[in-house]
Design a protein around this ligand. Structure first.
Ligand code: NAP
Ligand code: 8YV
Length: 327
């Protein structure tokens, strides 16, 4: 059997909706097996014995892994993998891959767009034009806020954080950051605590991953430290924010405005954030261009191909980097 023929026999489970280009590539290379969602109750005996890989937008929990005894690799579509139980995967010698780098610049662009929307109120200004208010009522009111004179802080100075920082520098904003560890050789001011960062800046951009270590890290105390002129932008994960505290801070003037691409319980967005006059909201579109999603799809599928031909992944997540392919 040729390698191509061998791959055609490898069953790859694809839960729910998936990227069209990734589906085309999986169909032409592997044996794609569909399942409505990543739910162990839907796993058939045939899937149980055949499935060796998963390609997924969705989270994969421990029970789903346990339902597939021959599972070797989870190729997650996206750089953030907080919805995959990577600890369980590592313990079961299951490799997990993600799609870093190929989306970095797109997500950084979106973060800057969201920041400007939140500060200059551009979406509402456009609505003013489209609904005839410009004709009927005259000029749109001046924006209360400006980017001029702001100091930016980045929570999560990794690949995307750095791409955002570089853009902010060109805009003339000084940049500081908070990570658990200071990045060696990076010239931006480091703050060992998120509260310390919030105290030092008035524009906080979160691009930190989800998960236990960042759960509700942006809380009432951090928002209060950001201050009354404060703008908060979240392009990372909704779980990193105490959304009730954020809604309260926006309502009572603790901070001035927020721009949010991600939410704790997507696609549900808290009514208080929807109704607030000082929020700019996007439906998790950080990486959502044809160009970038195609690159993510290619990297997701290339990981499957590399694993099942070369027996090694291209972009393993750190938690499963020591997982080895059998045989
Ligand atoms: P990355 O290179 O791994 O950067 C993540 C950064 O966060 C690292 O510098 C890390 O530094 C820091 N960090 C992690 N845990 C932390 C903690 N508990 N406290 C403080 N800092 C912490 O990842 P990336 O490629 O930039 O992506 C970042 C995240 O963006 C993804 O995980 C994903 O959730 C989100 N994202 C969103 C979209 C969107 O569409 N909105 C698109 C792509 C990505 P230390 O390890 O030193 O703490
Ligand atoms: C995607 C993302 O929307 O890469 C990430 O972490 O949040 C986004 O690029 C998402 O992963 C698609 O499933």
């Amino acid at each position: 059997m040729t390698k191509a023929e061998q791959l055609q026999t490898v069953a790859i489970l694809v839960p729910g909706d998936f990227n069209d280009h990734a589906i085309e590539r999986i169909d032409s290379t592997f044996n794609r097996v569909r399942i409505e969602r990543a739910d162990p109750a839907l796993v058939t005996d045939e899937m149980r014995s055949n499935v060796r890989g998963i390609a997924s937008f969705a989270g994969i929990n421990a029970a789903m892994m346990d339902a597939l005894p021959n599972l070797e690799l989870i190729a997650s579509f996206g750089v953030g993998y907080d919805s995959v139980d990577v600890g369980h995967a590592a313990a079961k010698n299951i490799m997990v891959t993600n799609t870093p780098d190929v989306l970095t610049e797109e997500v950084a662009d979106t973060a800057i767009g969201l920041l400007i929307n939140a500060v200059r109120d551009l979406p509402r200004a456009e609505t003013w034009l489209r609904d005839g208010s410009w004709l009927r009522k005259g000029n749109y009111p001046l924006s209360r806020l400006t980017l001029r004179g702001r100091k930016a802080g980045i929570f999560g100075m990794g690949r995307i954080g750095l791409a955002i920082a570089r853009r902010l520098e060109v805009f003339g904003l000084p940049v500081a950051y908070h990570n658990r560890r200071q990045v060696e050789g990076l010239g931006y001011q480091y703050h060992p605590t998120l509260k310390g960062l919030a105290e030092a800046v008035d524009t906080l951009i979160s691009v930190a991953p989800g998960g236990a270590s960042t759960e509700k890290a942006v809380n009432a105390e951090v928002l209060s430290a950001l201050g009354a002129n404060g703008v908060f932008v979240n392009i990372g994960r909704g779980s990193t924010v105490d959304e009730a505290a954020l809604a309260a801070a926006l309502a009572n003037g603790t901070i001035a405005a927020a721009g949010l691409d991600v939410f704790a319980d997507e696609p549900n967005v808290p009514k208080a954030l929807l109704d607030a006059p000082n929020t700019s909201l996007l439906p998790h579109v950080g990486s959502a261009s044809d160009h970038t999603r195609r690159a993510m799809a290619d990297l997701c599928v290339d990981n499957l191909v590399s694993w099942f031909i070369e027996r090694r992944p291209l972009t393993p997540v750190p938690e499963t980097v020591n997982v080895k392919a059998a045989g």
